[in-house]
Design a protein around this ligand. Structure first.
Ligand code: PMP
Length: 295
C-alpha cells in the first residue's frame, strides 16, 4: 500500500491560534525545535467525536513544556478548545490527535531564550497501532535503556526522549517483532517504546513505578478501572525475570490503547480474564458510557 505522506493531505491544522489548510502548515528548516529537540507533544484519540481525557492531555502538554523551560502562550482551556475545533474541522469523529509545541526560528544556538513558542494541533483518522493485537503481540528487548531522571527530562513528553524509542522500535521490527521492552538505567522493567506495561501475576496487576518514564494517562485510567473491579494494583520496581511468573501482560497507551502481549523474549503469555475485563472497561470508557476518575 502506497504511503500517503503526512504533509500532503486534505484537512486543517490548528496553527498558533487559527485553522490553516493542512498543506500550508509548514516550518522553516532553521527551527530550534528541529535542531535541538526543544519540542514537546501529545498523542490523543477521539472516539465518536469526543477526545478521551482531553483535559489531562492538554495539561500534560503545558507541564511538559514547563519541564523543558518554556511556557505555552495558551491556557489549558484554550488548548482544549483548539483541539475540539480541529477535530470538528477535519470531520473524523474517530481520530488520533497530535498537539505539538516548539521553539521557533528566532535564535539558532544552544541558547534560545528569545525564541517564540509555537503550538500546532493536527488530527487524522487512524486505526489500531498494532496489527492482530487480539492474540498478543510479539516483543523483544531493546538495547537502549530509559535514562535516569537526572540525565534527561523523563517526566516530560519531550521529542528528544523519542530518539532511543525509534531506534529500539526499528531494531525490533527489523527482527520481526512488533515492539521492544525497554529497561531503565537500573535494569528494571520500564515500558515499551510508546506505551506502558502491566503484568498480571496470580490475579494481581503489577506495573513499574513511573519514576523515569511517562506516567501514561491510559496507564492511570487502567489502574482506576482495575481498582473499580477490586483487582489489586501494585506499582513497584519489577525485575525482568519476574516475567516468568506473569500469566498475562499488556501495554497501555493512547495509540496502543490496551494491547495484549503474547511474548517478550523467552517469556510467553496468554491474554486472559483480566486483560479481557479491562479491554471491556476501556471500550465503555472511551465511548463515554462510564467514567473511571483517575488520581
Ligand atoms: N510511554 C511512552 C514513551 C509513550 O510515548 C506513551 C504514549 N504517549 C505512553 C507511555 C503512554 O502514555 P498515554 O497513555 O498518556 O498515551
Amino acid at each position: 500500500m502506497a504511503l500517503v505522506p503526512f504533509d500532503d493531505r486534505d484537512g486543517f491544522v490548528w496553527w498558533n491560534g487559527s485553522l490553516v489548510a493542512w498543506r500550508d502548515a509548514k516550518l522553516h528548516v532553521l527551527t530550534h525545535g528541529l535542531h535541538y529537540a526543544s519540542a514537546v507533544f501529545e498523542g490523543e484519540r477521539a472516539y465518536g467525536g469526543k477526545v478521551f481525557r482531553l483535559r489531562e492531555h492538554s495539561q500534560r502538554l503545558i507541564d511538559s513544556a514547563r519541564i523543558l523551560g518554556f511556557e505555552l502562550p495558551y491556557t489549558v482551556e484554550q488548548i482544549d478548545a483548539a483541539t475540539n475545533e480541529v477535530v470538528a474541522a477535519n470531520g473524523q469523529p474517530d481520530c488520533y490527535i497530535r498537539p505539538i509545541a516548539w521553539r521557533g526560528s528566532e535564535m539558532m544556538g544552544v541558547s534560545a531564550q528569545q525564541s517564540k513558542i509555537n503550538v500546532a494541533i493536527a488530527s487524522w483518522a487512524w486505526g489500531s497501532y498494532f496489527q492482530d493485537k487480539e492474540k498478543g503481540i510479539r516483543m523483544t528487548w531493546a538495547k537502549w535503556s530509559r535514562p535516569a531522571p537526572n540525565t534527561a527530562p523523563t517526566a516530560s513528553k519531550a521529542a528528544g526522549l523519542y530518539m532511543i524509542c525509534t531506534m529500539s522500535k526499528h531494531e525490533a521490527e527489523k527482527n520481526g517483532y512488533a515492539d521492544a521492552v525497554m529497561l531503565d538505567w537500573r535494569g528494571q522493567l520500564a515500558e515499551a517504546t510508546g506505551a506502558n506495561i502491566f503484568l498480571a501475576i496470580d490475579g494481581v496487576l503489577h506495573t513499574p513505578k513511573p519514576d523515569c518514564f511517562l506516567d501514561g494517562i491510559t496507564r492511570r485510567s487502567v489502574i482506576a478501572m482495575a481498582k473499580s473491579r477490586q483487582i489489586q494494583v501494585v506499582e513497584r520496581a519489577i525485575w525482568p525475570d519476574e516475567l516468568a511468573r506473569a500469566q498475562e501482560v499488556f501495554l497501555t497507551g493512547t495509540a496502543a490503547e490496551i494491547t495484549p502481549v503474547g511474548e517478550i523474549g523467552e517469556y510467553k503469555f496468554t491474554p486472559g480474564a483480566i486483560t479481557k475485563a479491562l479491554l471491556d472497561d476501556f471500550g465503555r470508557a472511551t465511548r463515554g458510557e462510564v467514567d473511571f476518575p483517575i488520581q
